[in-house]
Design a protein around this ligand. Sequence first.
Ligand SMILES: CC(C)(COP(=O)(O)OP(=O)(O)OC[C@H]1O[C@@H](n2cnc3c(N)ncnc32)[C@H](O)[C@@H]1OP(=O)(O)O)[C@@H](O)C(=O)NCCC(=O)NCCS
Length: 196
Amino acid sequence: MYELCPETPEDTPEVEALLDLCFAPGRTALSSYRLRDGVPAVSALCLVLRDASGVLLGSIRYWPVRVGGRPVLLLGPVAVHPTTQGEGLGGLLMQESLSRAGALGWARVMLVGDLPYYRRFGFWKLDGVEMPPPTNPDRVLGLELVEGAWQGVTGAVTRETGGDVAAGLAEMRRDPPKSQTCVEIESEPAHPAHKG
Ligand SMILES: CC(C)(COP(=O)(O)OP(=O)(O)OC[C@H]1O[C@@H](n2cnc3c(N)ncnc32)[C@H](O)[C@@H]1OP(=O)(O)O)[C@@H](O)C(=O)NCCC(=O)NCCS
C-alpha cells in the first residue's frame, strides 16, 4: 500500500535528501533552479509518495514560470528512490500530479528532461522556448493540458514575478486537509483510489 499526499514542510528535509540521492551533486546549480529561487512552489501539485510504513519513495514538485508572458507550469524535479525505480511509481507521480494540474486550471506544462521517458506522458520537444543557459534545447519538453495551449507560446523562460500570482500561490501553501487530498494506492500504482 502506498499513500500519495501533498508535500508539507515536515516532508521537505526528507524530500531534499531523496533528491540528493537521486541526482548528481550540484543539482541546485542547474538553470531550472534559478527559475525557482524565491518563487513559491505550486504546493497543491508537490506530492510525496510513501509506503505503508511511511518510508518516502518518491517526490514530484512544480513551480510557476512564464514563457512569452504566458503562465506555464515547470515540472520537476521528480524522483523515485533507487530501490523502487522501475515499478511504475514515477508514472504514478506524473499522472496524478498532471491530472491535478488540469483540474486546477493549468493549461501548459514544461520540463527539462529525457524525451524517451517523458513522451509516454504526452510531452514533446518545444521549439522556440529558451531555458536559461546552459540547457540542451533537445531536453526542453512541453505538454498541453488544454488543446492548443502551447500554440504561439515561445520565447525565454522567465521567473514568475507577478505579485497576484505569487500571492495566490502563497495562499495555496496553506495545505488543504490531508484527508481531502491524499490518494491511497492498494497495490497497483496504475489505478489509484481516491480517499477524499
Ligand atoms: C526518472 C524516474 C523519476 C522514473 O521513475 P520510475 O518509478 O523508475 O519510473 P517508472 O517505473 O514509472 O517507469 C520506468 C520506465 O521508465 C524508463 N526510464 C526511466 N528513466 C528514464 C530515462 N531517463 N530515459 C528513458 N527512459 C527512462 C525505464 O527504463 C522504464 O522503462 P520500461 O517501462 O520500458 O521498462 C526515476 O528513475 C528517477 O528518480 N531517476 C533519477 C532522477 C531523475 O533522473 N529524475 C528525472 C529528471 S527531473
